[in-house]
Design a protein. Structure first.
Length: 228
């Protein structure tokens, strides 16, 4: 009887693990609290309360999606202040370069400096947050600015959670052709010399991205390997 009970318990545990839709999240980056500011000003009071002070980011697989969660020291009830600021996370999937652009709210409007990127947003309003996936292409010169070009791949689902001072980006595996064993690493294309692989910047700071336009930044040191 004891043996039968042990076998049943083992079978239940196996079934529970088999039915689990996610592997253990991996902490992809961490950052010290209280350092949100710029290289010229140093830490500035209030930026943490505005939702710009990065603490950590994690990657997890849930069903057929990858979930990227970014946590901050604090966050206002509306999420990190919208429109004037954006969050960027450059990453690669098996060596192919991508980038997230995230805002807590967004109103589509003409943006001559971005070329075709973003024009599909015209007339669109994203009051629950903008979560955009972009594919890194090449650099281009517009006037006196040289900036990388990111082609829009998809607008993704995501969730802002001011109660935990975090937001989550939900990326379907098929969108980036990720599979079991695929490696999600920190990106380098267009970001390595700017101080921004992962960062908060003023909205138009991206147009001439330098270390002096970065509010807070972090580096993805941990490579996430997609489990079964």
């Amino acid at each position: 009887m004891k043996k039968l009970g042990a076998l049943i318990a083992a079978a239940l545990m196996t079934a529970a693990f088999a039915g689990s839709s996610s592997a253990k999240p991996v902490k992809a980056f961490t950052d010290a609290a209280g350092d949100a500011g710029t290289p010229t000003t140093g830490a500035l009071p209030g930026l943490d309360q505005g939702g710009f002070d990065l603490i950590e980011g994690s990657i997890d697989k849930v069903k057929k999606n990858l979930e990227f969660t970014v946590t901050h020291a604090a966050m206002p009830a509306s999420g990190s202040l919208p429109e004037g600021f954006r969050f960027l996370w450059h990453f690669s999937v098996d060596g192919h370069e991508y980038r997230f652009t995230v805002k807590s709210a967004d109103i589509g409007k003409p943006d001559p400096a971005s070329g075709p990127n973003g024009e599909e947003r015209l007339g669109q309003v994203y009051l629950d947050g903008l979560f955009r996936l972009e594919d890194f292409d090449t650099g281009q010169t517009i006037g006196t600015l040289t900036m990388p070009v990111y082609n829009v791949v998809a607008y993704l689902d995501g969730v802002w959670d001011p109660a935990t001072a975090s937001f989550k980006v939900i990326l379907p595996l098929k969108t980036v052709k990720a599979k079991k064993g695929s490696k999600i690493a920190g990106g380098t294309g267009g970001a390595a010399d700017t101080g921004c692989v992962i960062c908060w910047i003023p909205h138009y700071g991206e147009r001439s991205l330098t270390p002096h336009t970065v509010i807070d930044s972090a580096t993805q040191l941990k490579i996430y390997k997609v489990p079964k």
